[in-house]
Write a protein that binds this ligand. Sequence first.
Ligand SMILES: Cc1ncc(COP(=O)(O)O)c(C=O)c1O
Length: 376
Amino acid sequence: MEFRDLKRQYQYLKNKMDISVQEVIEKTNFIQGNQVSELETTLADYTGMKHCISCANGTDALQLALMAWNVGPGDAVFVPDFTFFSSGEVVAAVGAVPVFVDVEHDTYNMDCDSLERLVKKTAATGKLVPKVIISVDLFGQPADYKKLKMIASKYQMFVLEDAAQGFGGRIDKRPACTFGDISTTSFFPAKPFGCYGDGGAIFTNHDEWANLLRSYRVHGKGRSKYDNVRIGMNSRLDTLQAAVLLTKFPVFVEEELEWEQNIAKMYTEQLRDYVKTPNVKEGFYSSWAQYTIQLADKVMRDGLQIYLKEHGIPSAVYYPKPMHRQEAFCNNYYDDNDYPVTNRLSEIVLSLPFHPYMREAEIKQVSEIIIEYVKR
Ligand SMILES: Cc1ncc(COP(=O)(O)O)c(C=O)c1O
């Protein structure tokens, strides 16, 4: 069994995919081919955002957004403590300080009480200016933007929505990638909407920021690519990846998202009496980047992972180390007591095999082994 079976997905899309990829190879328009702008238009239309700016990956997407806002030394950027490294890495990369924030126990997204407390605490030191909140839509479920935006406007901060895992999710009818002042996503292959390599995109309604992002993305270009007006990056999306995404897009929105809802429902029905299953808030819709359960303690979690492996079932721990404990951030001071929830989650979470092409028998097999283990 695969954790996320991309081979099965390829078989389903094979006929159309092979034609799309072949077309790029034959035309040799590998960089900035027409598929790139077609994808940007498709995704802007889907989200209803004015600008979609594709780029090389989800990490660059975040960094480019911070560059467009001129975030740098002296600025504090608030980031969930329970997320992939990139969400905090980009802050340090532009010279600002990541201030990690604890998360909600059941949705894994930023906890607004912890956020406000840490914003006040940071401002009170007088050393850093609270500037941006990077809200992560973890495991596919959007963060609680109603509350987050109240805090952002109270303290005059921007919201940067990191929807690397959240593309396809929504709150009521409003889709992910529309909640931030700038929003970003990743097309890493295992993401809900993934390509066949690295890729990312940035969304905003703000014309000036969009122009800056388009410039920073290609070496700070001015009027032409040999007129360089600022220091930027080389962060274009390959034409091949755009072609792959265009081919996947109708299947993703019309079929895969719905199949994933059913798979999550089946898992939850089987497992909810034995382990803590995911909680999707009322009115929220997850794109199920991960299906993550919680065990009673670390011994149970680690034991279950071994037990699953013995039965040929892969699983993963997202994330085994809170951000504030990462050695890369050891130059900043973090109080371990600020992160009781993340500290605990890192010991008890386990993500199960999950993808739109999973069969009912496979879901049953995984569930039965988990139940067997928990009952022992
Ligand atoms: C929450 C989050 N943010 C950012 C990223 C970075 O995306 P990429 O791998 O495309 O650089 C990831 C990818 O794993 C992620 O999960």
